[in-house]
Write a protein that binds this ligand. Structure first.
Ligand SMILES: Cc1ncc(COP(=O)(O)O)c(C=O)c1O
Length: 409
């Protein structure tokens, strides 16, 4: 399927050692398990997992008794996760951004999107030489993963006013400048963390169409299901050879504990990421739960919970604005958190006051939020996750009391 013509060339952009990598192969890549084979190829334990149900050991599993199957935990999980990938495609083939369909060949699945963040760095960036471009304020793991991989960081801050947009002209000139050939990846968070703002598709397109830059744009859509319907650009990867869209089941799907993230991209990039990953990176309980969540019943629950969160988000915003000592909402409302200013007695956003409010909430009131005041454009800001109705009610009471206490000191 033809994609847009851009200067991106995978053969010169990805690391040479990754391009020639022979991935690990297991015997089951050659001989598919149809359920009737005796599996003596992977040094597993045919007697079953060391677990018990209702007090009875599952040490001698009866293959006809599903109660002792434990999801087949004594077997290595499926390295390819085709069914899970197909369900993710079904969800994201909305035909809002392209008429093309994405397929499992467009996907990498990992242990949270944190694995995808790291896998992309290892795929494209030569340690000690290459760099990534990030747009602060943004998610902290891009910088942590870059440092772990000895990859440099180029920062082009977001434009705080009015809503933390990309500084497109500075990004474009940076990608034409002297260090541009070593900048391999751009990580853009949309909706942003901690900004809650959706990045404009037209701004991303201008960067995707850069006339000379040979690199990849990664759009991190961890919070996308809290944004307006149709906002996800996952299917747009069918149009661009230089685009990756990351998602996770940790947020709207409420499954942070199973650790399941995904990267949608071209089949060529997906294939490199799949080659370099550990063969059995997705545990079978994780994929079983993820597949449940991505079927109709699970999607309905997700949409119900999302509607509740969006309702509480709107209420939290309205009520916060009535509290003396709370300033402007910074950023947007496309996520499950709000970034708001805390004011000092003189009515200005202030880090000393915000930090005291943050500490007092946690230490004296048992309410933990996040202080973000040291981030670019976030002076005096707290990032508040939207909780249940009761949690929002309690939070509003506590923050109002804490601010008036702090002001008196
Ligand atoms: C923007 C963003 N990306 C990725 C992640 C990590 O997601 P996961 O739980 O899938 O590793 C987070 C978690 O807070 C996040 O805020």
């Amino acid at each position: 399927m033809a994609t847009k013509k851009v200067p991106f060339n995978l053969q010169t952009c990805a690391r040479p050692n990754i391009l020639v990598l022979e991935p690990y192969r297991c015997a089951r890549d050659d001989y598919k398990d149809d359920g009737t084979n005796i599996l003596l190829d992977a040094n597993e334990n045919a007697y079953g997992p060391a677990l018990s149900i209702n007090g009875s050991l599952a040490a001698s599993p009866d293959p006809n008794d599903p109660s002792v199957d434990f999801l087949g935990l004594n077997r290595y999980p499926d390295p390819h996760q085709h069914e899970l990938k197909q369900l993710l495609c079904n969800l994201r083939n909305t035909h809002v951004h392209t008429q093309k369909n994405i397929t499992p060949a467009n996907l990498f699945v990992g242990v949270g999107s944190d694995e995808a963040i790291d896998a992309l760095l290892r795929c494209f960036c030569i340690p000690g030489r290459d760099k990534i471009l990030v747009c602060p304020p943004t998610y902290g793991m891009y910088a942590v993963s870059a440092q772990v991989n000895d990859v440099g960081l180029v920062k082009v801050p977001l434009l705080p006013a009015p809503e933390f947009a990309l500084d497109v002209s500075t990004i474009i000139s940076t990608l034409s400048g002297p260090e541009s050939s070593n900048i391999k990846l751009i990580y853009v968070c949309s909706p942003g963390n901690p900004t809650g703002s959706l990045i404009k598709k037209a701004d991303l397109q201008k960067i995707l169409e850069h006339p000379t830059w040979n690199g990849v744009i990664i759009v991190d859509e961890a919070y996308i299901d809290f944004a307006q319907e149709g906002s996800s650009l996952a299917e747009w990867v069918a149009e661009w050879p230089n685009l990756v869209v990351m998602q996770t089941l940790s947020k709207a799907f409420g499954l942070a504990g199973i650790r399941l993230g995904a990267a949608f991209t071209s089949p060529d990039i997906a294939s490199l990421l799949n080659n370099l990953k550990a063969p059995y990176n997705i545990p079978s309980p994780t994929s079983a739960i993820a597949c449940q969540a991505l079927q109709t019943a699970g999607l309905n629950v997700m949409r119900d919970h999302r509607a509740n969160i969006v309702g509480q988000r709107d209420r939290l915003l309205t009520e916060l604005q009535k509290i003396k000592g709370i300033g402007r909402l910074r950023g947007g409302t496309s996520s499950n958190f709000l970034l708001v200013e805390v004011l000092n007695g003189a009515g200005s956003p202030d880090n000393t006051t915000a930090l005291k409010v943050y500490q007092s909430l946690a230490q004296n009131r048992g309410v933990v939020v996040r202080f973000r005041g040291k981030e670019h454009g976030c002076l005096g800001c707290l990032r508040i996750t939207v909780g249940t109705e009761a949690e929002v009610t309690r939070f509003l009471t506590e923050i109002e009391a804490v601010i008036s206490e702090v002001w008196k000191i």
